[in-house]
Design a protein around this ligand. Structure first.
Ligand code: SF4
Length: 216
């Protein structure tokens, strides 16, 4: 998306082509049946996402972790608990697909390496995001979570590091907030960057509340 305007880029990095236009429910059915990465994933593909045409808030994340792969519920883990705390909402609101969309860079658990979960396979966003993006027409706020999502969705407007991009949150306009990944693995990052909890988290809550208050 254009970080300043809050609308999607016409061609974000990684999007190689758009699939033919289909209805959203048909598209989601195709995504849930996707097996493109079957040979590379540690488990059978289990695409996890949450979307609706009426969603006002997009959680643009990285990829499901192991617990989410098991449950099939996005952010059903300690990362999700912290994210909901940042957003100031409970599980009931978070899992209301009519208001909140959850679209990671990859819909399936990529497996774990020595330094944590492996990066999302680029094929997923390249295959599906271009078709999904136009279906989410009512977004007023996108939370761009983690380095991979920031490079993808913010493109050249992302800074060289995640910390620099998050620290520059004010320049992305009212419809976009870059955030670190809420994983407990990042606890040291939170300790070293107290400005995030002090300055950015209250803004996350304010913007989320404002979007949830919008009525059509
Ligand atoms: S990660 Fe994406 S592209 Fe790969 S199998 Fe899962 S849904 Fe398909």
């Amino acid at each position: 998306m254009s970080a300043r305007s809050g609308v999607w880029n016409e061609r974000p990095p990684g999007i190689i082509r758009a699939l033919p236009m289909t209805r959203l429910n048909e598209l989601v059915t195709r995504i849930r049946a996707c097996r493109l990465c079957e040979a590379e994933l540690p488990n059978a593909p289990r695409p996890v996402l949450q979307v609706s045409a009426s969603a006002r808030i997009l959680v643009a994340g990285q990829a499901p972790g192991r617990l989410v792969h098991l449950s099939g519920v996005p952010f059903d883990d300690p990362s999700g608990d912290r994210l909901r705390e940042w957003m100031g909402i409970d599980r009931e609101v978070f899992y209301d697909a009519g208001r909140i969309a959850i679209v990671p860079m990859a819909f399936c658990y990529p497996g774990t390496g020595p330094n944590g979960d492996l990066p999302p396979p680029p094929r997923c966003a390249a295959t599906w995001h271009g078709a999904l993006r136009p279906k989410l027409r009512k977004l007023g706020l996108t939370l761009v979570i983690g380095l991979h999502a920031q490079r993808h969705w913010l493109g050249e407007q992302a800074e060289d590091t995640l910390t620099a991009t998050v620290a520059a949150w004010e320049r992305f306009g009212p419809a976009v907030l870059p955030l670190p990944h809420p994983s407990p693995r990042n606890n040291r990052w939170f300790q070293h960057n107290p400005w995030f909890e002090r300055d950015v988290v209250p803004e996350v809550r304010r913007r989320v509340a404002a979007q949830l208050a919008v009525s059509d």
